[in-house]
Design a protein around this ligand. Sequence first.
Ligand code: B12
Length: 220
Amino acid sequence: MTLNDVMAQNVAMEALETGIDPEYVIEEGFYAGIIMIEEMFKEGKVFLPHMIAASEAMEAGVRILMPSKENILYGMKSKGTVLIGTIEGDIHSIGKDIVATSLQIDGYDVIDLGVDVPVETFIEKSINIHPDVVATSALMTITMTNQLTLEKELKEAGIRYSLKTMVGGTPVTPEWAQAIGADIYGSDASDVVRKVNAILGSKNRNSCSSEKLLTVKVSH
Ligand code: B12
């Protein structure tokens, strides 16, 4: 852990102690910071190692701001299962982690497959786990196309009808989601939680998965 990471953690702890909404700290603090670094990167004022250091510091801070899921979720009934990962070819993790954690906090069983997840892995896990939602994050225009491949392969595997798909990430738009046939587009964590609740709401009222206790622990 670097000095930057420790400083980011300290700022996050200070914010929690003063009672500021953690989501506000992420959006207006860490997110704004990383976008500033991106601008400096584009202008050639900082380089890739600096971006990596900045994003690691952001991750360290965000981890502090996300409450201990095990405490919150103990004994809570699952609202459903979400399989999530950053799509093949893409290693960006921060946004995906925030979405995963927010869904967990809201009562979903979240299985986080990590980053650079091959389309085949999403298919295999969907067949074995029967998730309610398969969610993919894409931060680059070239990796967005793998979200389309996933749609096609879910159909070929004969399981597309049995689940909902959800897409997000900086270059992903509602138009893209519609064009590839994804069920849900989410712009940020609160939008995701609202939309997943809306789309699974009717199912949850009758489903046996709502009787299942949450078991998955947070992986990050
Ligand atoms: C930090 C960062 C990195 C870090 C990533 C660290 C990490 N652990 O994630 C590092 C330095 C490693 C990195 C590497 C690279 N990066 Co980069 N990176 C960024 C940066 C500056 C911020 C991304 C971020 O973390 N944002 C903060 C989070 C909170 O926001 P978010 O990801 O958008 O997530 C929110 C929403 O999008 C949504 N969401 C996210 N995921 C999901 C999933 C679902 C299902 C849903 C519903 C919603 C959702 O909810 C989140 C919470 O609000 C962006 C710039 C940008 N404007 O996005 C470039 C950016 C994404 N990177 C870019 C590039 C090109 C790269 C590299 C190829 C650079 C290189 N030359 O090596 C490599 C990628 C290698 C690879 N194979 O993936 C480009 C992509 C361009 C494009 N359009 O294709 C960007 C846009 C920068 C730019 N302007 O050029 N990067």
